[in-house]
Write a protein that binds this ligand. Structure first.
Ligand code: SAM
Length: 376
């Protein structure tokens, strides 16, 4: 009899199986009838988007991607709201019509309040149901790459962050840097601070920035790269930033279901996994403190978990008031979901924030996002 060679080394319950058991138990309750289709999408090949690099000197990148069948899901969608969104910062009239257009977006007969988006971000995707993969991006004559591949849904929190000319922006958990790159595409920021507690991931972040952003921008005047524990940010710098992105560590549901390496469901990481909601809460609270009064904070994750999403936001709003006397309002992101409903599947109405849920025909996400505005 041949002994099973793997028996001694292969864990009885690989982390991916433990993750599936955990998700089956929690998401079947949370998502009800939606769970079987979300489950099959999560276990299938994911879909990417190509975030266009406005710093690249190669002007043909988007045209080449279009020739292959892609569209820029942000600017090519021919809806009334989208037309209004075409950016022209010199035209006040255009700005007004943009607001009007987004105002006109109408969900279930309800009038939606206006929502401004960060300008100039472009992201190419293949059509619904098309699972063609992107080729690796090519460098231009200055060695800057033409696009960055990422889950197209992760561009949404960056768009909704509404970065504007002259803003001070903090990306509290920034590595490897996809969202920081998206935010930089606005080419409007006065100062960007990117932070990640992991030194190795901060090195990767640095490499990404050097592959996409010209050297002239990567100086202390415009950019600060740090490796602090973001939960302590409130002790370092408060009331400073116009925009703060808090893209927290989470159970990274798709990764946890498909890769045994670096999997948070590994038995050795149970404590770390259980502490996640507390760390997320502390990071969001620190981000809220780092924003200036009137500033806006975007909380985002790539999990479907209510405990890591809505519950964290609810507690942060409560504790910001209790502990720091900061009053927050939740910004309605329904105009955004309405605008991009043909590209992504969104969860049915959540009472706080919005969520892209995976679907076989548009296999992006999960991405949860909730935007807060500091009133005091
Ligand atoms: N925003 C990144 C992007 O778009 O490429 C992805 C961020 S990832 C979801 C979460 C990051 O949080 C990880 O890189 C992790 O190292 C970092 N992190 C974990 N704990 C942290 C802490 N206490 N302070 C700052 N960063 C932390």
């Amino acid at each position: 009899r041949v002994k099973d060679k793997w028996a001694a080394t292969r864990p009885k319950y690989p982390p991916t199986s433990l993750a599936l058991q955990h998700f089956d138990a929690t998401y079947s309750v949370q998502l009800g009838q939606l769970w079987p289709s979300v489950r099959v999408a999560l276990l299938s090949e994911r879909k990417y988007g190509a975030l266009l690099n406005n710093f690249s000197s190669d002007d043909d990148v988007l045209a080449d991607l279009r020739a292959k069948g892609c569209s820029d899901f942000i600017n090519d969608t021919d809806t009334e709201a989208q037309l209004g969104l075409k950016q022209d910062s010199e035209s006040v009239v255009q700005e007004e019509s943009k607001e009007d257009a987004v105002k006109k977006s109408d969900v279930d007969g309800q009038q939606l309040s206006p929502l401004k988006l960060s300008p100039n971000i472009k992201c190419a995707v293949f059509p619904r149901g098309d699972i063609t993969q992107f080729k690796p991006a090519r460098p231009d004559m200055y060695r800057l790459l033409g696009y960055y591949l990422l889950d197209a849904a992760s561009v949404l929190p960056c768009l909704a962050l509404n970065v504007q000319e002259g803003h001070y922006v903090l990306d509290l958990c920034a590595a490897p840097g996809g969202k920081a790159l998206a935010i930089l595409q606005a080419q409007a920021i006065r100062f960007l601070c990117v932070n990640d507690t992991s030194a190795s991931r901060t090195t990767r972040l640095r490499q990404v920035l050097h592959s996409y952003v010209p050297k002239e921008f990567l100086n202390e005047k415009n950019l600060r790269i740090t490796s602090f524990d973001g939960t302590k940010w409130g002790e370092i710098e408060t009331n400073t930033f116009d925009r703060v992105l808090v893209d927290v560590p989470c159970t990274t549901d798709r990764h946890s279901l498909t890769e045994d390496d670096n999997n948070i469901f590994n038995k050795t990481r149970t404590g770390e996994r259980r502490r996640l909601p507390q760390v997320q809460l502390e990071l969001l609270l620190a981000g809220i403190q780092a924003a200036c009064p009137g500033g806006e904070i975007m909380y985002s994750t790539c999990t479907l978990s209510q405990i890591q999403n809505l519950r964290v936001v609810e507690q942060a709003i409560h504790l910001a008031k209790e502990k720091h006397n900061i009053t927050l309002e939740v910004v309605d992101l329904r105009p955004l979901t309405h605008m991009f409903r043909k590209t992504f599947h969104f969860a049915p109405t959540l009472h706080l924030g919005e969520m892209v849920i995976p679907h076989l025909a548009a296999n992006f996400g999960p991405i949860y996002m909730c935007k807060l505005r500091r009133l005091t």
